[in-house]
Structures are given as C-alpha cells and as structure tokens.
Design a protein around this ligand. Sequence first.
Ligand code: HEC
Ligand code: HEC
Length: 259
Amino acid sequence: MQSVTRRQMLGTISLAAGAGFWSGFNNDSQSAPQAESKTAPVWDYTQLDEDSVAAEAYRLFADGGCMYGLFGAVVTGLARKLGEPFVSFPLHMMRYGAGGVGGWGSLCGTLNGAAAVIGLVEPDKQRRTQLVAEMFSWYETTALPVYTPQSPDNSPTLARSVSQSVLCHVSVHRWCEVACCDVESDQMKERCRRLTADVAAKTVNLLNCSLQDTFKFAGPATEVKSCLACHGKDDQADAFGTMRCNACHPLPKDHPEDK
Ligand code: HEC
Ligand code: HEC
C-alpha cells in the first residue's frame, strides 16, 4: 500500500485546484475562470402593495398554513416584479411553520414567515434585528385580526384579541377565550388565516418604510425594558430575550419595586 503524507496530499490538492484555474482561464482568455463567473443571486426588496399581498397571503394560507401563506405572498409579489431569483425560491419549505412549527405551538408561523422574509432581503444585521423586533412588538400589542376577506364565507366579522405573546399557543388561546370558541375550530382557523393577511401587510409596510428610509425603531416595550433593567445582562443577568415577560411571569409576592 502506498502511504501518502499529509504534505503530499495537500500538494496534490493545490496542484489540481491550480490546474483547474489555469485551464479554465486558457480555454477562453476573455472570460473569468468558471468558479468566479457565477454571480451570486441578488435578493433585493422592491416596493410592494400591502393590500394585494394581504389578499394573496389569505389565499395561500389554504395551501400550506400561516408561515407558508405569508412568506409565499411576499416572495410571489417580488417574483412578479423582479423575476429571478424569487421565482425559483422553494416556497414549500415554509410549510413547516404551521401551528407554531409543526404543531408545537411555539413561535407563531406568521412571525416566523415575516422574520424569514426580512432575513432574506435585509443583509444589514442591525436593521434586520430592528425590523424583526418592530414586527414582534406590534404583534404582541395589536388587537387582531383586522383583515376582512372580499367574500367572507360564513364568519363576517371576527372577535379581536391582543396576544401579549409571540407564541402560537398563547396567541391562539387568548383569541379563543375572547371569541368563545374551541381550539382547532373552524373559527380559529379563519382567525389564523386573517391574521396571516394582517401580518403579511405589516411585513410589507415595514419593508417599504425601510426601503424609503422612513423606518423608525421604537425599541423594546417599556414594561419589558423595566424588567430588563434589573434582570438583563447589566445587572442580575438571569433573564434572556425581549418577549413580554408578563405572558409567563406573574410577579412573586415579595418582588422588589421598579427602579
Ligand atoms: C428593581 C429591580 C427589579 C425589577 C425592575 C424587576 N425585578 Fe424581578 N427580581 C428582582 C430581584 C432582586 C429578584 C430576586 C432575585 C432573583 O431571583 O433574581 C427578582 C425576582 C424575580 C423573579 C423570580 C426569580 C426566581 O428566582 O424565582 C421573577 C420571575 C422576576 N423577578 C420577574 C420580573 C419581571 C417579569 C419584571 C418586570 C415586570 C421584574 N422582575 C422586574 C429585581 C427586579
Ligand atoms: C414564554 C414564557 C416566558 C417568557 C415570555 C419569559 N419567561 Fe422568564 N422564564 C420562563 C421559564 C419557564 C423559566 C424557568 C423557570 C424555572 O425553571 O424555574 C424562566 C426563568 C426566568 C428567570 C429566572 C428564574 C429563576 O428561577 O432563576 C427570570 C428572572 C425570568 N425568567 C425573567 C423574565 C423576564 C424579565 C422576562 C421578559 C424579558 C421573561 N422572563 C420572559 C418563562 C418565560
């Protein structure tokens, strides 16, 4: 058996790579080598209409749930205006988000879809984080659903509730309580479907503002900021994140007063 030393191995690899580079270059001296001629696809956002994206999200919900409906509506809108690479995006992957990720009741699929869209088109870390934060904060504090479909089948107006939480489980239960209906009922599904349209419109609204440089970042909610003043990383450092704390924590009896 021939034994190959690490040094010999590395030498062979770099030679092969070099040969590939030069042969590609020599075949056509006008063009760049193969590996470098591929330009990365550009996932730039362009202005979309909130109402038509909302209607499309409502429609697509029936085909794959909340995350799919939202993500599909925005990306299809971009594909119509810009073509590739949006046309080829494998939208089906977003079906996993339904029911708070595969029915686990964790992150609401509409928010998962919104954050995915933002992640796709916003390369700047700070702006991306702020857009997501603004989206989530709006979701926690807004009475939803607001959207009314063109031809409401059998439920013309729906009750509205403020979720106080980005979690599917909490959001759904709060709504069902207000609307006096069962989990997984037809009304609940219709509520989630309209909610998908609302969050889709908000996503487009935020991205349009960002594009026009009119996006304003409000920062975390006052309540959350007050909790984090003591529990955040600068003080006790025993709480991570910016979800609304009171969704899960009733304050202990002898809890210290606000700073
Ligand atoms: C003035 C500072 C301060 C503020 C503001 C504050 N906390 Fe606390 N919190 C404490 C201290 C000190 C303790 C007891 C020590 C500990 O366990 O962290 C505590 C305990 C807790 C505990 C129990 C922790 C345990 O060990 O069981 C929870 C839950 C909690 N706080 C949540 C909150 C929430 C939610 C808010 C905002 C509404 C908040 N805190 C605001 C200082 C504060
Ligand atoms: C989705 C529910 C949820 C939300 C929202 C949430 N927490 Fe918690 N938090 C928990 C759970 C569950 C634990 C772990 C409790 C345990 O194991 O005793 C925890 C742990 C903590 C602890 C440590 C308690 C300990 O025993 O040391 C603190 C302090 C705390 N959370 C504060 C906060 C603050 C402040 C916020 C808002 C920024 C917040 N939490 C948001 C569910 C939540």
